[in-house]
Structure formats: C-alpha cells, structure tokens
Design a binder for this molecule. Structure first.
Ligand code: GRG
Length: 303
C-alpha cells in the first residue's frame, strides 16, 4: 500500500515517515516470525505487516528522541503500539462489530482466515505486545519498563480503547451529545496515541513534567484526528456518493459537524492542533520537527 504523506516545511515528513515505517516493519517482522501453528502466525503477520501509516510507532520513537533518548530504547514499545492497534482493527472489522470486508487495501483478516482465527490472532497480538515490551526493551530501567506496561494497559483496557468501543457501539443510532462524542474519541483513538507518545518519552528518560506536556500534545492530536475524520466523512462522502447517500449514512452516527456544523468543527480541529504544538515550546526547535509535522499532518490531511 502506498503511504501518501505531504512534506511540512523544510522538514521532509514523507521521507521521515517512510524511513521510520521501514525500521518498524523490520523490527515487527523479526518480533513475530512465521512458526507453528502456521495459520495463527500467518494471520498475525497478515495484518501486522499489511501496510498502514505507522503513526503510533513514529510518535513513540519521535517522543523518545525528543527527550534525548536513543530511538532503539523505544523500538519494542513502538512495535507494541502497532500490535495493539492492528489487533483492535482486526476485532473492529469482525461481523459482530463493524463487519468490514476490506482494510488497508486488502481483504480483512476474518475474510481470509475465518472469524475464529481472526479473534485468536488478535488476542495473540494483544498479549504479545506486553510480553515484547517486557522481554525486548534494552537500556531502560525496570522501573520505567513497568511504567510503560501500566500506561499501555490503561490505554487499551476498560479505561481505554475497549471502553471507547463499548460506548461507540451503544451510541449507534442514538442522539448523543458532545460529552459522549468526546468520550468515544478520547478512548477509541486518543488513548493509544497518548500511550505511544508517553511510553516513548518514558523510554527516553523524560522527567514527569515533560511526560505530562507530551501527554497533552498527544491527547490534542488524538482528538483532532477524530474531528478531522468526522469532517472528511462529510466532505468525502458527499463528493463520492452524492448527497442522498451521505445523508443516509449520517443518520447512524453522531459527528462533530452534525452537532456543531462544518465551520465550527474545522475551527476546533485547528485549535486542537495549535494547542498540541504549543506543548512543544521550550524544546530544541531542531528536535521538535517530527512531532510538529505529525500534528500538522493529522490536522490537515485530506483523506
Ligand atoms: C483493544 C482489547 C482491544 C479490543 C478491541 C475493536 C476495539 C476493541 C476497538 C476499536 C478501536 C478502533 C477501530 C479505533 C479506531 C482507530 C483509528 C483511528 C484507526 C485508523 O488509524 P490510522 O489512520 O490507520 O492510523 P492505519 O491503517 O494507517 O494504521
């Protein structure tokens, strides 16, 4: 799958992300080699190595480097973020959830391997993510590795992704307010972006004040990601399907544009990105380029 990322200013963001994706893909290929039982590992590797922008690993490595760490220290955490993200997509695509046939340009995991193996390979990726952090992280104190595991556990479980997905499912075909919409976005999307940045910073040796600044950066880009997604849903659907189909789709789902209108939603996305970038004040400007560019990419992407 082609990854299309626009360069932001002098810093070549497209090239940066391409290089990072290559490093992360190699590390994940080595972390999850093909072995017995064949079907299980084929299913895990099918989704893990199927493309994707690798935004979460990139955030994790960039945060580690921003606070003065070596990216190698955060690589197992970066891979773990993508393992969790991938398994959440495998489960999200199942007939019992979103029932999707395609993901990242390929047939979904359950379409190729069946629902049973898709559930189990998702479970295996989720548990292995934690094992991999504990086993493979080098040059980071045991106390910091423990903090990383706690951060990721919180982001994924009943206080994170799973909670967001439950509230999302229960809100389908219902009128919900901005508070519920914000809850869904914070838990389904922002939580794992937050864990990616915070865990990278912890591996890089950051102090608590720095970690909390970067947490705020990540929460803001996480929320912006979903607001922009909602905006693109309206604009892309209207363009691609025509107005009637767009309206049909829109009845099932509450979105920012539905609650606040397109213009106000765009303003909110812009404000969130500005507030995220503001958190990077005080760091070395030549070191903040990747996180600034990632925030701008999330805020101003066109698809
Ligand atoms: C996590 C234990 C556990 C269970 C899964 C199904 C579920 C619970 C949660 C759903 C989470 C979900 C699908 C959130 C949406 C995440 C999101 C923003 C996806 C798109 O991310 P991109 O654009 O995608 O980074 P690529 O393909 O580039 O990685």
């Amino acid at each position: 799958e082609q990854v299309e990322l626009k360069p932001a200013g002098a810093f070549d963001f497209g090239q940066y992300m391409g290089e990072r994706a290559q490093l992360v893909n190699k590390a994940m290929d080595e972390a999850v080699p093909q072995k017995y039982p064949d079907t299980l590992y084929e299913s895990m590797r099918y989704s893990l190595l199927a493309g994707g922008k690798r935004v979460r690993p990139a955030l994790c490595l960039a945060a580690c480097e921003l606070v003065g760490g070596d990216a190698k220290a955060a690589m197992p955490s970066a891979c773990a973020m993508e393992m969790v993200h991938t398994m959440s997509l495998i489960h999200d695509d199942l007939p019992a959830m979103d029932n999707d046939d395609f993901r990242r340009g390929h047939p979904t995991n359950h379409k190729v391997f069946g629902d049973d193996i898709a559930i189990l390979s998702g479970d295996a990726l989720l548990t292995y993510a934690f094992e991999h952090i504990a086993r493979a992280t080098q040059g980071v104190s045991a106390e910091r590795v423990l903090r990383v595991i706690i951060e990721l556990g919180k982001a994924v479980g009943a206080e994170g992704l799973v909670a967001g997905q439950v509230v999302d499912i229960k809100s389908e075909n219902q009128e919900v307010g901005l508070d519920v919409l914000r809850y869904i976005h914070l838990h389904k999307t922002a939580a794992l972006l937050e864990a990616s940045v915070v865990c990278g910073a912890i591996c890089g040796g950051a102090d608590d004040v720095t970690i909390e600044k970067l947490r705020k950066y990540a929460l803001n880009i996480g929320l912006a990601f979903q607001v922009v997604d909602d905006i693109l849903d309206v604009t892309a659907t209207t363009e691609q399907l025509g107005k009637t189909a767009a309206k049909d789709l829109a009845v099932n789902k509450t979105t920012y544009p539905k609650l606040l209108g397109l213009e106000k939603s765009k303003q909110i996305a812009e404000d969130l990105i500005a507030e995220a970038i503001q958190q990077l004040d005080g760091f070395d400007t030549d070191k903040t380029a990747p996180l600034v560019a990632l925030a701008k990419y999330i805020g101003y992407r066109q698809n």
